[in-house]
Write a protein that binds this ligand. Structure first.
Ligand SMILES: *Cc1c(COP(=O)(O)O)cnc(C)c1O
Length: 388
């Protein structure tokens, strides 16, 4: 049996990150400073955009919220998103004062279905908020056509999708805004952290201002040595800026983003080969001319085929010391949304089924080959017990 417990989504922290954080602490510059600027620069280079198009913030939730505020979204507006996502996506919409509207996912890709999006557009719809779920790109061609036809903003939730590409373009560069997460379990980690990228420099200026109390842009440089500057509050903003301590970690994480992607791809392929003949459903292969970020490897446990229910499978894996995840119960399963928006899981049947059957297996770049073997053995051991 796997020993000790294999923690799901444990971050891969190396000496370079540790040294850089110590350097920040020793320098006394803890808040937003030169390392945030360097991380923004490096991220822009990685995405093939320029520095005026990026703004580091302290979470993806903050990135989504501030992008919507900068899009002019507020009370009376509707924003269409997917029921197969983390609650932060929907909560960020609610925090703008707008009303979230769900469009069910495609049963195979598990991404928002453009036909469902179009069916839910009303005169109040202002934006589409697609999530590149597990790192697989959404059907951006279709979504952008709809956005253009109805004059909607597009804000991409790229929390799983740093490395994702679609038809030669990088995730986050299709919409008005792309929002990224550097939470501990994500592909690039800063502890807590996020990034906004925008097509328009003007939009990033607004995001930076809103992310720091609504103080005029010069405020970002007001503690520099170029002379005292009074700041002016020009909007009621938020406290969403990233610290240098966070960026210190991110700079070195980002430098390894491609080598880690190759490692996760290898784990993904090993799982696919191992489970090909098993009764579990495997994630759909990446579509042609796209790049999957391989953030999550999620199988479906359909009790009719496997002889074991999803929740019993989760317990059995945990008992074998393998940490597993659920990404996610569909959003309408949660009581808050049922109570306040009247949502019911049955109204989004594809997301409901996926949410009730899905299990995420460990797929971190940190996973040694032996541990991948232990996960595979544990899956077969659990399925074998169920069958016999
Ligand atoms: C993690 C996640 C978020 C929130 O990211 P934070 O950086 O933790 O705020 C938003 N959307 C999705 C799809 C996520 O997985």
């Amino acid at each position: 049996m796997q020993k000790p417990f294999l923690v799901f989504g444990a971050p891969q922290i190396e000496q370079a990150e540790i040294d850089e954080v110590v350097d920040s602490l020793a320098s006394g510059w803890l808040g937003t400073g030169p390392k945030v600027a360097r991380f923004e620069h490096d991220f822009a280079v990685y995405k093939g955009i320029h520095e005026g198009q990026v703004a580091a913030v302290n979470s993806c939730t903050a990135a989504l919220h501030v992008s919507m505020i900068a899009s002019g979204i507020g009370p009376g507006d509707e924003v269409i998103t997917t029921p197969m996502t983390f609650c932060a996506t929907v909560n960020a919409i609610i925090h703008t004062g707008a009303t979230p509207v769900l469009a069910d996912v495609d049963p195979i890709t598990m991404n928002i279905d453009p036909a469902q999006v179009e069916a839910r557009i009303t005169s109040r719809t202002r934006a589409i908020l697609p999530v590149h779920f597990t790192g697989r790109p959404c059907d951006m061609d279709a979504l952008m056509v709809i956005a253009q036809r109805y004059d909607l903003k597009v804000i991409e939730d790229c929390a799983h999708a740093i490395e994702t590409e679609y038809h030669g373009h990088k995730a986050g560069t299709f919409g008005n805004f792309g929002c990224f997460s550097f939470y501990v379990t994500k592909n690039v980690v800063t502890g807590e952290g996020g990034m906004v990228i925008a097509r328009d420099d003007h939009d990033i200026g607004r995001v930076k201002m809103l992310a720091l109390h609504g103080m005029s842009r010069d405020a970002w440089r007001r503690f520099s040595d170029t002379g005292f500057k009074h700041y002016q509050v020009v909007e009621c903003g938020f406290k969403y800026n990233m610290m240098d301590i966070q960026a210190a970690i991110g700079i070195h994480q980002l430098a390894r983003v491609e080598s880690n992607w190759i490692k996760r791809q290898a784990v993904w392929r090993r799982y696919n080969a191992a489970f090909e003949e098993s009764p579990v459903s495997l994630p759909a292969d990446p579509a042609p001319d796209t790049r999957h970020a391989y953030h999550l490897y999620s199988i479906l446990i359909d009790e009719a085929k496997t002889g074991i229910g999803r929740d019993a499978f989760l317990d059995a894996m945990t008992a074998r010391n393998i940490g597993v995840g659920v990404h996610y119960l569909s959003i309408p399963e949660h009581p808050f949304y049922q109570r306040t928006l009247g949502w019911q899981p049955e109204d989004y049947p594809n997301a409901m089924r996926i949410g009730r059957q899905t299990v995420s297996l460990p797929i971190s770049a940190k996973l040694p080959d032996d541990d991948v073997g232990s996960v595979i053995e544990a899956v077969f051991s659990v399925l074998g017990k169920a069958g016999g």
